[in-house]
Write a protein that binds this ligand. Structure first.
Ligand SMILES: CSCCC(=O)C(=O)COP(=O)(O)O
Ligand SMILES: [Mg+2]
Length: 240
């Protein structure tokens, strides 16, 4: 496999679900966990400022509906809505804290991210999951705490992942040069948006997730292939 670039990117911006973690971990472990404990959590912690604010935001977005009911509707639709993502993050925090949840990453991810970090690349996350939830995932992986590898955890505060404006906002707020940034995601519409903002793009097509490859972005099946395609360093064992 030959590199598709002459100059490697300086910043790697990573999606989570379907890119660094299996879709099944998010949909069969994280989402059901949040669905199970959220009704109790929003009663038990209704005076917690984070919970209170997310419930108020839910009411604003869905006036006249019971927030608990609206949150359930959003969960059924897998809606990428900030107050739901905040509350899911609060639920997962409890699960990680009591040891019920441990984050599963694809096994190629930790060694490649460590190799990239060690050579001075900037690593960042952009996910629909709240920045708090992103930090929790990377703090509780089966490979230990990886949070120190990342310089930024970006969420829906930047805007939706299918909107070009969100990637422009990321570039501006982080002070990056668009053409220095490689965005890796499994979702073509997200890559299209990032590409329109001037970022390099790579579609992660994971066999385990049965991701369908698109036509318009370089395709990798794991992080070592991303390294090869974009002339980035890879861990020594991956070169054998
Ligand atoms: C922070 S991990 C949970 C991911 C999540 O809630 C989600 O909706 C998936 O978002 P992504 O942008 O990583 O595909
Ligand atoms: Mg994804």
């Amino acid at each position: 496999m030959k590199p598709v670039v002459a100059t490697p990117p300086k910043v790697i911006l990573l999606d989570i679900e379907g890119t660094t973690t299996p879709v099944s971990f998010v949909h069969r472990v994280l989402f059901p966990y949040a669905r199970k404990i959220l009704p109790d959590l929003i009663k038990r912690r209704r005076h917690d400022p984070v919970v209170e604010q997310a419930l108020a935001a839910t009411k604003l977005l869905a006036p006249g509906k019971e927030p608990a009911e609206q949150l359930l509707t959003w969960m059924n639709e897998d809606a990428k809505v900030a107050p739901l993502k905040t509350l899911q993050g609060q639920a997962w925090a409890e699960g990680y804290a009591d040891g019920t949840l441990v984050a599963s990453l694809f096994p190629d991810v930790p060694p490649v991210l460590r190799a990239w970090y060690q050579t001075g690349l900037t690593l960042a996350v952009y996910s629909s999951g709240s920045s708090a939830a992103q930090k929790l995932i990377y703090a509780h992986t089966t490979d230990g705490d990886l949070t120190s590898l990342f310089s930024a955890f970006l969420d829906l505060e930047m805007g939706g992942k299918k909107d070009t404006a969100s990637y422009r906002k990321i570039i501006t707020t982080q002070g990056w040069v668009a053409s220095d940034v490689l965005f890796v995601s499994d979702v073509v519409a997200e890559l299209d948006a990032a590409g329109s903002a001037g970022m390099l793009t790579c579609q992660m097509v994971r066999t385990e997730d049965e991701t369908v490859a698109g036509d318009d972005h370089p395709v990798a099946h794991d992080m070592t292939e991303v390294a090869t395609l974009f002339a980035l360093p890879a861990p020594a064992s991956a070169c054998l």
